[in-house]
Design a protein around this ligand. Structure first.
Ligand SMILES: *Cc1c(COP(=O)(O)O)cnc(C)c1O
Length: 405
């Protein structure tokens, strides 16, 4: 056997023995409060879903589905080209206008994923002498983009501050100021909502520090868009960083269209127009890779339009989350407190989290157990995620199942 084959078989075996092997769950129906899941014997069974990012229940909304179908009919499968050659349809332009309106930014530019958007943003925007200052618990795509940036642009530095620790962030910014090699732009980047804890960035204070040190603020609000703030604009709205005219006090956003905003796929950078122009001119993932499929662009556009027209969906998500937290706590579980729709129950051991999740599945409730390496060793958890698609009886059923564990 080759070196790769040998070491891979060993890794897979170790994962299986440690109870950490992840099995993909098969769905035989659209994403919704109830999904048809394939059981071990091959049969399908209706299961309550509490682990999707379908926060607003838009993934299977009839108008979202119809918009995608119309997009496919009107434009076919795609452009068979990168965007700067002949790869941009008018629905891409429409989607980017809708995102800008929704985000309160001058412009936006879309990608096949938020992962891609993030890996476009930093290597394209940064130059030698710049520094990226990042929260230690930021999403993996930010971590990888930071690793990638100095490879593409030599002389870009990076620093990591302790999670949501403003003294630590200040310390790093002071270090940047004192380092003669850092003479360009400073970029501070944070998740809006941290996906594993469900806690939120202290955006007011981060904004103030960015202003003090002349740094640009980048917020990846993939779990906050459609969820946080009165009208679901995101964590910046929740934190009061929206001006009277609706514009956002954040320099650049990155976000996904694969969660609350339609649930298909896709990501974006939203901010001043010069940023979008620069990624069109210079971004490697935009110059050398195709656009979001037009079907997805059309359905995401419709999803954001529905969100803007029906803020009551955001309110229902909030009500569901408050009710679920209250009931889960009353059932004797400790839920990490947060204003988001993510309700993590810490159980400690990875194998335990996986076996609890398996037992819940037998009871007809789908809740994922996360362990190492997604979260630090010893902090494995059940992560319950609420949706506006859930009704009270769904939540009661979840709590009933938790009580049986
Ligand atoms: C989910 C998520 C992503 C990935 O989004 P994709 O569009 O699926 O690539 C990126 N950043 C954060 C913070 C996320 O939560």
């Amino acid at each position: 056997m080759s070196t790769f084959d040998q070491r891979t078989d060993k890794t897979l075996q170790e994962l299986a023995e440690g109870g950490q092997y992840k099995h993909l769950q098969m769905l035989g129906s659209p994403m919704d409060a109830v999904v048809r899941m394939r059981m071990d014997d091959g049969s399908f069974r209706d299961t309550l879903c509490f682990c999707s990012n379908n926060y607003l229940g838009l993934a299977n909304h009839p108008e979202v589905v119809e918009a995608g179908i119309k997009g496919l009919r009107d434009y076919g499968a795609g452009t068979a080209s990168v965007r700067f050659i002949c790869g941009t349809f008018t629905p891409h332009e429409q989607l980017e206008a809708t995102i800008s309106k929704y985000m309160g930014t001058e412009a936006s530019y879309t990608f096949v994923s938020c992962w891609n958007a993030t890996e476009a943003l930093f290597p394209t925007f940064c130059e030698a002498g710049d520094v990226i200052v990042s929260d230690e618990l930021n999403h993996a795509c930010i971590i990888d983009a930071m690793r990638l940036t100095p490879v593409i642009k030599k002389g870009v530095k990076k620093k990591v501050y302790r999670h949501s620790d403003m003294d630590s962030l200040r310390e790093k910014l002071v270090e940047c100021e004192q380092d003669p090699e850092i003479n360009g732009q400073a970029w501070v980047v944070t998740d809006g909502v941290f996906s594993m804890e469900g806690d939120i960035a202290k955006l007011q204070m981060i904004r103030a520090l960015c202003d003090e040190f002349d740094a640009k603020l980048v917020v990846d609000d993939s779990h906050g868009h459609g969820v946080m703030g009165e009208t679901g604009r995101g964590t910046h709205e929740f934190c009061g960083l929206v001006n009277d005219d609706g514009s956002a006090q954040v320099d650049y956003f990155t976000g996904t269209l694969g969660k609350a905003l339609g649930g298909g796929a896709g990501g974006f950078i939203a901010g001043p127009k010069r940023g979008s122009e620069l990624v069109i001119q210079r971004g490697r993932p935009t110059l050398f890779s195709n656009a979001l499929p037009v079907t997805v662009a059309c359905s995401a556009n419709k999803a954001i339009e529905i969100l803007m027209a029906e803020p009551e969906r955001v309110q229902k998500l909030r009500d569901n989350t408050a009710y679920a937290r209250e009931q889960i706590t009353a059932a004797g579980f400790e839920v990490i407190d947060s204003p988001t729709a993510i309700c993590p129950i810490i159980v400690g051991d990875t194998a335990k989290a996986i076996s609890m999740s398996k037992r819940l599945m037998e009871l007809g409730v789908f809740v994922i157990g996360f362990g190492y390496p997604v979260v630090p060793e010893g902090t494995a958890r059940l992560r319950i995620q609420m949706s506006a698609a859930h009704e009270r009886e769904h939540i009661d059923e979840l709590v009933g199942a938790l009580k049986k564990l």
